[in-house]
Design a protein around this ligand. Structure first.
Ligand SMILES: NCc1[nH]cc(CCC(=O)O)c1CC(=O)O
Length: 321
Protein backbone atom coordinates (compact mmCIF):
# COMPACT_ATOMS: atom_id res chain seq x y z
CA UNK A 1 0.00 0.00 0.00
CA UNK A 2 1.44 3.40 -0.93
CA UNK A 3 1.54 6.38 1.41
CA UNK A 4 -0.66 8.24 -1.05
CA UNK A 5 -3.55 5.91 -0.23
CA UNK A 6 -2.83 5.66 3.49
CA UNK A 7 -5.79 7.88 4.36
CA UNK A 8 -9.11 8.58 2.74
CA UNK A 9 -9.34 10.91 -0.25
CA UNK A 10 -9.98 13.79 2.13
CA UNK A 11 -6.74 13.10 3.95
CA UNK A 12 -8.24 12.21 7.31
CA UNK A 13 -7.55 8.87 9.02
CA UNK A 14 -9.67 5.87 8.07
CA UNK A 15 -12.56 5.43 10.49
CA UNK A 16 -12.91 1.76 11.40
CA UNK A 17 -16.31 1.07 12.93
CA UNK A 18 -16.45 -1.55 15.66
CA UNK A 19 -18.96 -2.96 18.08
CA UNK A 20 -18.22 -2.56 21.74
CA UNK A 21 -17.87 -6.19 22.82
CA UNK A 22 -14.48 -7.52 23.84
CA UNK A 23 -14.52 -9.88 20.86
CA UNK A 24 -15.43 -7.17 18.35
CA UNK A 25 -12.85 -4.72 19.64
CA UNK A 26 -10.14 -7.38 19.62
CA UNK A 27 -10.97 -8.21 15.98
CA UNK A 28 -11.09 -4.56 14.98
CA UNK A 29 -7.86 -3.76 16.79
CA UNK A 30 -6.14 -6.65 14.99
CA UNK A 31 -7.29 -5.30 11.61
CA UNK A 32 -6.36 -1.72 12.55
CA UNK A 33 -2.87 -2.84 13.51
CA UNK A 34 -2.38 -4.67 10.23
CA UNK A 35 -3.53 -1.59 8.33
CA UNK A 36 -1.19 0.66 10.30
CA UNK A 37 1.68 -1.71 9.52
CA UNK A 38 0.74 -1.26 5.86
CA UNK A 39 1.01 2.52 6.21
CA UNK A 40 -2.60 3.56 6.94
CA UNK A 41 -3.75 5.98 9.58
CA UNK A 42 -6.71 4.32 11.30
CA UNK A 43 -8.99 5.32 14.17
CA UNK A 44 -11.60 3.12 15.85
CA UNK A 45 -15.21 4.39 16.04
CA UNK A 46 -17.62 2.62 18.41
CA UNK A 47 -20.98 1.67 16.89
CA UNK A 48 -23.79 0.20 18.99
CA UNK A 49 -25.94 -2.59 17.53
CA UNK A 50 -29.27 -3.89 18.76
CA UNK A 51 -27.61 -7.28 19.26
CA UNK A 52 -25.43 -5.65 21.92
CA UNK A 53 -28.05 -3.62 23.75
CA UNK A 54 -31.14 -5.82 23.67
CA UNK A 55 -31.66 -8.66 26.11
CA UNK A 56 -34.36 -10.09 23.86
CA UNK A 57 -33.70 -13.37 22.12
CA UNK A 58 -31.83 -13.12 18.83
CA UNK A 59 -34.74 -14.88 17.20
CA UNK A 60 -37.02 -11.97 18.15
CA UNK A 61 -34.75 -9.13 17.11
CA UNK A 62 -34.25 -10.48 13.64
CA UNK A 63 -31.49 -13.00 13.53
CA UNK A 64 -28.13 -13.04 11.87
CA UNK A 65 -28.17 -9.48 10.65
CA UNK A 66 -28.49 -7.75 14.01
CA UNK A 67 -24.78 -7.49 14.66
CA UNK A 68 -23.95 -6.37 11.15
CA UNK A 69 -26.76 -3.98 10.37
CA UNK A 70 -25.74 -1.03 12.57
CA UNK A 71 -22.21 -1.17 11.17
CA UNK A 72 -23.60 -1.33 7.65
CA UNK A 73 -25.88 1.66 8.28
CA UNK A 74 -22.90 3.61 9.65
CA UNK A 75 -20.95 2.75 6.47
CA UNK A 76 -23.78 3.76 4.14
CA UNK A 77 -24.33 7.01 6.06
CA UNK A 78 -20.63 7.84 5.78
CA UNK A 79 -19.99 7.84 9.55
CA UNK A 80 -17.29 5.20 9.17
CA UNK A 81 -15.10 4.06 6.24
CA UNK A 82 -14.71 0.38 6.99
CA UNK A 83 -16.19 -2.25 9.29
CA UNK A 84 -14.92 -5.57 10.58
CA UNK A 85 -17.49 -8.34 10.96
CA UNK A 86 -17.28 -11.94 12.15
CA UNK A 87 -18.04 -13.55 8.82
CA UNK A 88 -20.38 -16.07 10.39
CA UNK A 89 -22.60 -13.22 11.64
CA UNK A 90 -22.86 -11.62 8.20
CA UNK A 91 -26.09 -12.40 6.30
CA UNK A 92 -25.49 -14.36 3.10
CA UNK A 93 -27.37 -11.77 1.01
CA UNK A 94 -24.98 -9.10 -0.32
CA UNK A 95 -25.59 -5.56 0.99
CA UNK A 96 -26.42 -2.90 -1.61
CA UNK A 97 -23.68 -0.33 -1.95
CA UNK A 98 -21.14 -2.29 0.15
CA UNK A 99 -18.37 -4.73 -0.70
CA UNK A 100 -16.40 -7.26 1.34
CA UNK A 101 -13.06 -5.78 0.39
CA UNK A 102 -10.97 -8.32 2.29
CA UNK A 103 -11.25 -11.69 4.01
CA UNK A 104 -8.11 -12.13 6.15
CA UNK A 105 -6.64 -15.52 7.00
CA UNK A 106 -9.05 -17.39 9.24
CA UNK A 107 -8.40 -18.74 12.71
CA UNK A 108 -9.01 -22.40 13.48
CA UNK A 109 -12.73 -22.67 12.64
CA UNK A 110 -13.65 -25.40 15.14
CA UNK A 111 -15.90 -25.18 18.17
CA UNK A 112 -14.63 -25.90 21.66
CA UNK A 113 -16.16 -27.22 24.84
CA UNK A 114 -15.67 -25.34 28.10
CA UNK A 115 -16.75 -27.77 30.80
CA UNK A 116 -16.46 -28.00 34.56
CA UNK A 117 -13.62 -30.01 36.03
CA UNK A 118 -11.77 -30.19 32.72
CA UNK A 119 -14.31 -32.63 31.30
CA UNK A 120 -14.54 -33.58 27.63
CA UNK A 121 -17.84 -34.12 25.79
CA UNK A 122 -17.78 -37.90 26.17
CA UNK A 123 -16.96 -37.58 29.88
CA UNK A 124 -19.98 -35.46 30.85
CA UNK A 125 -22.37 -37.57 32.94
CA UNK A 126 -25.84 -38.40 31.59
CA UNK A 127 -28.23 -35.53 32.29
CA UNK A 128 -25.47 -32.92 32.37
CA UNK A 129 -26.63 -29.49 31.21
CA UNK A 130 -24.82 -27.94 28.26
CA UNK A 131 -25.55 -24.38 27.17
CA UNK A 132 -25.67 -22.95 23.66
CA UNK A 133 -27.88 -20.47 21.83
CA UNK A 134 -26.97 -21.97 18.48
CA UNK A 135 -29.47 -24.38 16.87
CA UNK A 136 -26.56 -25.76 14.82
CA UNK A 137 -24.59 -26.64 17.94
CA UNK A 138 -27.70 -27.91 19.75
CA UNK A 139 -28.63 -30.27 16.90
CA UNK A 140 -25.15 -31.75 16.67
CA UNK A 141 -24.74 -32.04 20.43
CA UNK A 142 -28.03 -33.95 20.62
CA UNK A 143 -26.80 -36.34 17.94
CA UNK A 144 -23.50 -36.91 19.74
CA UNK A 145 -24.97 -37.05 23.27
CA UNK A 146 -28.74 -37.63 23.27
CA UNK A 147 -28.54 -38.14 27.04
CA UNK A 148 -27.51 -34.53 27.79
CA UNK A 149 -29.82 -31.58 28.35
CA UNK A 150 -29.11 -28.77 25.87
CA UNK A 151 -30.16 -25.40 27.27
CA UNK A 152 -30.72 -22.24 25.20
CA UNK A 153 -28.53 -19.44 26.56
CA UNK A 154 -27.24 -16.09 25.40
CA UNK A 155 -24.74 -13.53 26.53
CA UNK A 156 -21.19 -12.64 25.61
CA UNK A 157 -18.31 -15.10 25.74
CA UNK A 158 -17.35 -14.04 29.26
CA UNK A 159 -20.84 -14.43 30.71
CA UNK A 160 -21.30 -17.80 29.02
CA UNK A 161 -18.07 -19.15 30.50
CA UNK A 162 -19.13 -17.75 33.88
CA UNK A 163 -22.27 -19.92 33.74
CA UNK A 164 -19.88 -22.89 33.94
CA UNK A 165 -17.53 -21.51 36.58
CA UNK A 166 -20.56 -20.44 38.69
CA UNK A 167 -22.01 -23.95 38.44
CA UNK A 168 -25.18 -22.94 36.58
CA UNK A 169 -24.22 -25.17 33.64
CA UNK A 170 -21.93 -28.16 33.27
CA UNK A 171 -20.55 -26.96 29.94
CA UNK A 172 -20.90 -24.47 27.10
CA UNK A 173 -19.82 -24.66 23.46
CA UNK A 174 -18.03 -21.68 21.91
CA UNK A 175 -16.04 -20.86 18.81
CA UNK A 176 -12.34 -21.58 19.32
CA UNK A 177 -11.56 -18.43 17.34
CA UNK A 178 -13.42 -16.25 19.81
CA UNK A 179 -11.46 -17.65 22.76
CA UNK A 180 -8.21 -17.27 20.82
CA UNK A 181 -8.96 -13.62 20.08
CA UNK A 182 -9.72 -13.00 23.76
CA UNK A 183 -6.56 -14.86 24.79
CA UNK A 184 -8.65 -17.35 26.78
CA UNK A 185 -7.95 -20.55 24.86
CA UNK A 186 -6.61 -22.19 28.02
CA UNK A 187 -10.19 -22.31 29.33
CA UNK A 188 -11.31 -24.73 26.61
CA UNK A 189 -11.45 -28.32 27.84
CA UNK A 190 -11.80 -29.90 24.37
CA UNK A 191 -11.53 -28.82 20.76
CA UNK A 192 -14.53 -30.50 19.16
CA UNK A 193 -13.77 -32.64 16.15
CA UNK A 194 -15.55 -31.41 13.01
CA UNK A 195 -17.00 -34.92 12.61
CA UNK A 196 -18.87 -34.28 15.86
CA UNK A 197 -19.68 -30.57 15.54
CA UNK A 198 -19.29 -28.98 12.12
CA UNK A 199 -18.73 -25.22 12.53
CA UNK A 200 -20.91 -22.47 11.10
CA UNK A 201 -20.20 -21.18 7.60
CA UNK A 202 -17.46 -18.58 7.89
CA UNK A 203 -16.63 -19.37 11.52
CA UNK A 204 -13.21 -18.10 12.56
CA UNK A 205 -12.99 -15.71 9.60
CA UNK A 206 -13.45 -11.94 9.42
CA UNK A 207 -14.98 -9.79 6.70
CA UNK A 208 -13.68 -6.26 6.12
CA UNK A 209 -16.41 -4.24 4.47
CA UNK A 210 -16.39 -0.79 2.86
CA UNK A 211 -18.55 1.26 0.48
CA UNK A 212 -18.46 -0.12 -3.07
CA UNK A 213 -17.87 3.39 -4.42
CA UNK A 214 -14.60 3.64 -2.43
CA UNK A 215 -12.87 1.41 -4.95
CA UNK A 216 -9.35 2.66 -4.18
CA UNK A 217 -9.88 1.91 -0.48
CA UNK A 218 -11.34 -1.50 -1.32
CA UNK A 219 -8.24 -2.28 -3.36
CA UNK A 220 -5.91 -1.16 -0.59
CA UNK A 221 -7.80 -3.22 2.00
CA UNK A 222 -7.55 -6.23 -0.28
CA UNK A 223 -3.82 -5.72 -0.80
CA UNK A 224 -3.17 -5.38 2.94
CA UNK A 225 -5.49 -8.07 4.33
CA UNK A 226 -6.84 -10.55 1.76
CA UNK A 227 -6.09 -14.28 2.13
CA UNK A 228 -7.23 -16.01 -1.06
CA UNK A 229 -7.55 -19.58 0.32
CA UNK A 230 -9.77 -18.31 3.16
CA UNK A 231 -11.90 -16.32 0.70
CA UNK A 232 -12.39 -19.44 -1.44
CA UNK A 233 -13.31 -21.61 1.55
CA UNK A 234 -15.79 -19.20 3.12
CA UNK A 235 -17.33 -18.43 -0.27
CA UNK A 236 -18.09 -22.13 -0.73
CA UNK A 237 -19.48 -22.40 2.81
CA UNK A 238 -21.69 -19.33 2.43
CA UNK A 239 -22.93 -20.45 -0.99
CA UNK A 240 -24.01 -23.74 0.59
CA UNK A 241 -25.68 -21.89 3.47
CA UNK A 242 -27.50 -19.51 1.13
CA UNK A 243 -28.81 -22.41 -0.95
CA UNK A 244 -29.92 -24.34 2.12
CA UNK A 245 -31.60 -21.23 3.59
CA UNK A 246 -33.54 -20.96 0.35
CA UNK A 247 -34.63 -24.59 0.54
CA UNK A 248 -35.30 -25.21 4.23
CA UNK A 249 -35.20 -23.64 7.67
CA UNK A 250 -32.82 -26.12 9.28
CA UNK A 251 -29.71 -25.41 11.33
CA UNK A 252 -26.66 -25.66 9.05
CA UNK A 253 -22.93 -26.26 9.46
CA UNK A 254 -20.42 -25.86 6.62
CA UNK A 255 -16.65 -26.16 6.43
CA UNK A 256 -14.42 -26.07 3.34
CA UNK A 257 -10.75 -26.96 3.42
CA UNK A 258 -8.09 -26.78 0.79
CA UNK A 259 -7.28 -30.35 -0.19
CA UNK A 260 -4.29 -29.52 -2.35
CA UNK A 261 -4.73 -26.57 -4.73
CA UNK A 262 -6.68 -26.37 -6.95
CA UNK A 263 -9.30 -28.30 -4.99
CA UNK A 264 -11.51 -27.56 -2.01
CA UNK A 265 -13.39 -30.15 0.02
CA UNK A 266 -16.65 -28.91 1.48
CA UNK A 267 -18.54 -30.62 4.32
CA UNK A 268 -22.16 -29.54 4.83
CA UNK A 269 -24.49 -30.51 7.68
CA UNK A 270 -28.20 -29.72 8.06
CA UNK A 271 -30.64 -30.91 10.71
CA UNK A 272 -33.74 -31.22 8.56
CA UNK A 273 -37.24 -32.08 9.73
CA UNK A 274 -36.86 -35.64 8.49
CA UNK A 275 -33.37 -36.16 9.81
CA UNK A 276 -29.84 -34.83 9.95
CA UNK A 277 -27.79 -35.06 6.79
CA UNK A 278 -24.22 -34.39 5.85
CA UNK A 279 -22.68 -34.19 2.43
CA UNK A 280 -19.05 -33.96 1.34
CA UNK A 281 -18.07 -32.62 -2.05
CA UNK A 282 -14.76 -31.74 -3.66
CA UNK A 283 -14.46 -29.12 -6.40
CA UNK A 284 -12.31 -26.46 -7.97
CA UNK A 285 -11.15 -23.67 -5.64
CA UNK A 286 -11.73 -21.12 -8.42
CA UNK A 287 -15.48 -21.90 -8.48
CA UNK A 288 -16.38 -21.98 -4.77
CA UNK A 289 -19.91 -20.62 -5.28
CA UNK A 290 -20.67 -23.49 -7.58
CA UNK A 291 -19.18 -26.04 -5.17
CA UNK A 292 -21.30 -24.70 -2.31
CA UNK A 293 -24.53 -24.64 -4.28
CA UNK A 294 -23.97 -28.17 -5.62
CA UNK A 295 -23.15 -29.55 -2.17
CA UNK A 296 -26.34 -28.02 -0.80
CA UNK A 297 -28.44 -29.44 -3.62
CA UNK A 298 -26.94 -32.89 -3.16
CA UNK A 299 -27.55 -32.74 0.58
CA UNK A 300 -31.19 -31.76 0.12
CA UNK A 301 -31.77 -34.76 -2.12
CA UNK A 302 -30.14 -37.41 0.06
CA UNK A 303 -31.84 -38.25 3.32
CA UNK A 304 -30.01 -39.96 6.15
CA UNK A 305 -32.79 -41.86 7.92
CA UNK A 306 -30.75 -42.28 11.11
CA UNK A 307 -30.66 -38.56 11.70
CA UNK A 308 -32.34 -36.08 13.90
CA UNK A 309 -35.67 -34.29 13.73
CA UNK A 310 -35.21 -30.53 13.99
CA UNK A 311 -37.81 -28.24 15.48
CA UNK A 312 -39.78 -26.50 12.73
CA UNK A 313 -38.64 -23.00 11.92
CA UNK A 314 -35.53 -23.44 14.01
CA UNK A 315 -33.18 -21.66 11.67
CA UNK A 316 -31.69 -18.87 13.70
CA UNK A 317 -28.24 -17.41 13.83
CA UNK A 318 -25.30 -18.45 15.87
CA UNK A 319 -25.36 -17.84 19.54
CA UNK A 320 -24.66 -14.24 20.24
CA UNK A 321 -21.76 -12.53 21.95
N1 LIG B 1 -22.30 -15.19 16.98
C1 LIG B 1 -21.33 -15.13 17.96
C2 LIG B 1 -19.95 -15.18 17.47
N2 LIG B 1 -19.60 -14.66 16.31
C3 LIG B 1 -18.27 -14.90 16.10
C4 LIG B 1 -17.82 -15.61 17.21
C5 LIG B 1 -16.47 -16.13 17.43
C6 LIG B 1 -15.45 -15.88 16.40
C7 LIG B 1 -15.75 -16.46 15.04
O1 LIG B 1 -16.39 -17.50 14.90
O2 LIG B 1 -15.28 -15.86 14.08
C8 LIG B 1 -18.86 -15.76 18.09
C9 LIG B 1 -18.83 -16.39 19.43
C10 LIG B 1 -19.08 -17.86 19.44
O3 LIG B 1 -19.75 -18.39 18.55
O4 LIG B 1 -18.61 -18.53 20.37
Amino acid sequence: MSEATATTSTGRPLRLGTRRSALATSQSTWVAERLRAAGCEVELVLVTTEGDTSARSLREIGGTGVFASALRTALLEGRIDLAVHSLKDLPTAPADGLVVAAVPEREDPRDVLVARDGLRLHELPAGAVIGTGSPRRAAQLRLARPDLEVRDIRGNVDSRIRMVTDGVLDAVVLARAGLARLDRLDEATEVLDTEVVLPAAGQGALAVECRAEDSALAQDLGAALEHAPTRAAVTAERAALARLEAGCTAPVGALARSTGAPTLTLHVFAALQDGARTHVLTGADDAPDDLGARAADLLLNRPDPAGLVAAPGSHTPESDL
